[in-house]
Design a protein around this ligand. Structure first.
Ligand code: ADP
Ligand code: ZN
Ligand code: ZN
Length: 732
């Protein structure tokens, strides 16, 4: 009797997220992707287990049709990870599985690319005697192949002619082979030799400690910007390779700079695979397959690279570990930190998290001994960190300066330009103005589908919704009352560039934000233009804050430091501190000293006081204390249940029903004490993309409550979208 395969079908609905039994066929094993009959359709599925018996009657069980790939797509580790993610994040099994393979592989959208190569099939002299005297094309082809050894089929067809090539093939005078044609990403990055350094003492000691871990262990590498953390990572990866172990290095999307890639390529050559959202579907698939086959042993990429199909994992690195981008806010919601920890434990591997400004949570773990703390206090070049000058913008206003630039900043830009140096100006808002408002009636343009005001983009004269991407035509007359007196909101990148061009008509200014980096390579182009000094000023959003190493940048201006400070989010202080430290770290990296000018309306805020002195430890102590008093992470865990649908009534009813059940659960005093906060309400942004959003927000003191909360959610028949988020990065 045949064995039974347990299959998860590739349909993302709750009703199909079950395990279905099929009869096993040859060449299929646990982890195979298979085609199965489902109702009257054929769909793709994943074999997650094989067993001897089914509880269903034998005649009801259908056969698997065929295996989809000629390799096993999902290994045991990933199957375990799938269950882990379901337990912890309350997500569908199929949503977990989908993360493990390139999206384009599903439904057969990409395959390996092949090219046909032709060769002589016998020696040249023999071949020549076998063709007709007047067959000149055939003769030319044979001569060509004799000279070059081989050629691509299509090229030869174009160069000579199809029928001549095919005739030679028919006569078996030449032969044709299919070989895989790898799409290699980032070929525009030259394979440059980048020198490797002798490690400094601080680096050597960090590397030694990291490599001395023989079983799973997490390190927190706290090193100031420019202290040489990347070199520590590279050294550890290189040691792992010597033991034939693989490594994954996660970086924030925006840190995948040409410099970083050059450094890794030069060190690890074709053993590096890059996973990045900027790759084409084909490139992603080819990189994935190289990893899967063990050809690439070092994986570098953004968040989702944590799912890279490496075997024999020895090391995971999370660079800039405090970055929000490691937490997915789309479905399925997950934290790359959790996944990294799972995989490192599963493989008995080492986990290294590095940052100049670790998250409060991570640093707290290092202090409590859960992570081992490694500290690098000095920049490699022993240069002091750049001096930060705080400018009180209230005083500027009182003095009659209403522009976005303080007098200090302007004179610093003047000096910087005169000396032939470069400046970076940071403002974490794109567009021209944060809103348009009528001075007569107070009308503010809002998105039809979202509960937010629209941002004015001057270059294409539109109003854009930064939540759903909707565009509206802009106006110079109020659409409500007809008044022509329109007020602009706060300046964004576009306005800053605009103003600079008026102030310095002869200076080249570059802008880097989401609007100027839409195409795959634009991002790299802007950075290399700046690096090559084709421009003297670079204006940008947080995209310019990290990783970049420009030796001639001597001035960094933070136009509106308060932007991240007044968000209704318990992490806003932490984020502001991190951003300032990161941005400031761009100045004075080489021989010339750097200077930072920070503009704020709240110069005495403690965040600025600590940032001014690069006092991470002082900031950490203060912030931790506030978190303890106000009962926020790491002292509690935040759980948000987000419920959304077009139909407000449905959302409201669902929210009420779950709230009621949760409240019943909390009736017991013991349980109630484990909740630090519980509230059901509209989300701060009540509508996005036409969907009404409600949320149940909780702060719990005991992680084990999560299981019960999931049970309660499952006991309700939910007919709208529902997501659970644990310690979400964004509470809009
Ligand atoms: P971090 O990641 O901590 O900001 P990096 O690893 O980028 O720092 O190093 C800062 C600079 O110092 C880089 O330009 C790097 O090439 C250089 N560097 C790193 N390690 C050494 C070393 N041991 N000797 C000389 N230069 C080094
Ligand atoms: Zn009006
Ligand atoms: Zn919108």
């Amino acid at each position: 009797m045949s064995k039974i395969a347990e299959v998860i079908v590739d349909i993302a609905t709750s009703s199909t997220d079950k395990i279905f039994d099929y009869n096993l066929i040859d060449n299929v094993t646990v982890g195979s992707r298979v085609m199965v009959p489902f109702g009257n359709r054929k769909i793709e599925g994943y074999v997650i287990n094989i067993k001897d018996f089914s509880n269903y009657p034998e005649d009801k069980i259908k056969n698997i049709l065929y295996p989809i790939d000629d390799f096993v797509a999902i290994n045991n580790e990933m199957l375990n990870l799938m269950w882990y993610m379901q337990r912890n994040y309350h997500i569908r099994l199929v949503d977990g599985l989908r993360l493990f393979i390139p999206a384009e592989m599903r439904a057969g959208k990409v395959k390996s690319k092949y090219k046909k190569i032709i060769y002589l099939n016998c020696d040249f002299e023999t071949a020549i005697t076998k063709i007709k005297k007047n067959a000149t094309s055939q003769k030319d082809i044979l001569i060509y192949l004799n000279n070059f050894g081989k050629a691509e089929y299509t090229q030869i067809c174009n160069k000579f002619n199809n029928s001549a090539v095919n005739k030679l093939l028919d006569e078996k005078l030449i032969k044709c082979k299919s070989v895989e044609n790898k799409r290699q990403p980032y070929t525009f990055i030259k394979d440059k030799k980048v020198e490797s350094f002798t490690l400094k003492e601080s680096q050597r000691s960090a590397v030694e400690k990291i490599l001395s871990a023989k079983t799973f262990k997490t390190f927190l590498l706290h090193g100031v910007t420019g202290s040489g953390k990347t070199e520590v990572y590279i050294q550890c990866i290189s040691e792992c390779l010597k033991e034939n172990k693989t490594s994954i290095m996660l970086v924030p999307e925006i840190s995948l700079t040409p410099q970083m890639l050059e450094r890794l390529r030069s060190r690890f050559e074709d053993k590096v695979a890059i996973l990045h959202s900027g790759l084409s579907a084909g490139e992603k698939f080819d990189e994935w397959l190289r990893i899967k086959r063990g050809e690439a042993k070092v994986v570098i990429g953004a968040r989702s690279a944590i799912f890279a199909p490496v075997e024999n994992l020895g090391l995971i690195i999370i660079d800039e570990e405090h970055e929000q981008s490691y937490i997915s806010e789309n479905n399925p919601r997950y934290s790359a930190h959790d996944i990294a920890e799972f995989r490192a434990k599963y493989n008995d591997a080492i986990l290294v998290k590095g940052s100049a400004t670790p998250s409060i949570e991570s640093y707290n773990k290092a202090k409590s001994g859960e992570y081992e703390l490694l500290t690098m206090n000095e920049r490699i070049n022993k240069k002091p960190l750049p001096e930060i000058e705080i400018v009180n913008m209230c005083e500027e206003f009182i003095a009659g300066n209403k522009s976005a630039f303080s007098r200090s900043l302007l004179s610093a830009i003047d000096d910087c330009i005169k000396e032939g140096n470069q400046a970076m100006l940071f403002i974490n808002r794109r567009g021209f103005s944060s809103f348009l408002m009528c001075r007569s009636c107070g009308f503010i343009a809002k998105c039809d589908d979202c509960d937010v005001s629209l941002v004015y983009h001057k270059e294409d004269n539109t109003l854009k919704c930064h939540y759903c991407g909707n565009r509206y035509t802009s106006f110079t007359k109020c659409p409500k009352c007809g008044s022509e007196s329109i007020r602009l909101g706060s300046a964004g990148t576009e306005k800053i560039v605009n103003d600079l061009k008026e102030l310095y008509p002869n200076i080249k200014v570059l802008r880097m934000d989401n609007d100027t980096t839409r195409t795959k390579e634009s991002h790299f182009k802007i950075l290399s233009d700046f690096k090559n000094k084709n421009a003297q000023i670079l204006v940008g959003t947080q995209m310019i804050a990290k990783g970049h190493d420009f030796p001639d940048v001597t001035l960094v201006g933070i136009i509106d430091a308060d932007l991240s400070l007044y968000q209704t989010d318990f992490r806003s202080n932490e984020r502001t501190f991190q951003l300032i430290t990161q941005v400031a770290g761009r100045a004075g990296r080489d021989k010339k000293p750097g200077k930072v000018i920070l503009q704020t309306y709240a110069p005495r805020h403690y965040v600025y006081r600590f940032a001014l002195n690069y006092d991470y430890l002082g900031f950490f102590a203060k912030e931790l204390n506030i978190r303890q008093v106000t009962k926020f992470p790491p002292f509690t865990e935040i759980i948000r249940i987000l419920i959304r649908d077009d139909d407000e009534q449905l959302v409201l009813n669902t929210t009420k029903e779950i709230t009621l059940k949760l409240r019943q659960f909390m009736e017991n005093d013991d349980i109630k004490d484990k909740f630090a906060y519980f509230q059901a309400m509209k989300s701060p942004v009540k509508k996005i993309n036409g969907k009404i959003r409600y949320q149940i927000l909780m702060r719990i003191k005991d992680h084990s409550l999560i299981e019960k909360i999931y049970e309660i959610i499952d006991s309700v028949n939910v007919k709208c979208e529902l997501f659970v988020e644990i310690n979400p990065q964004n509470l809009t």
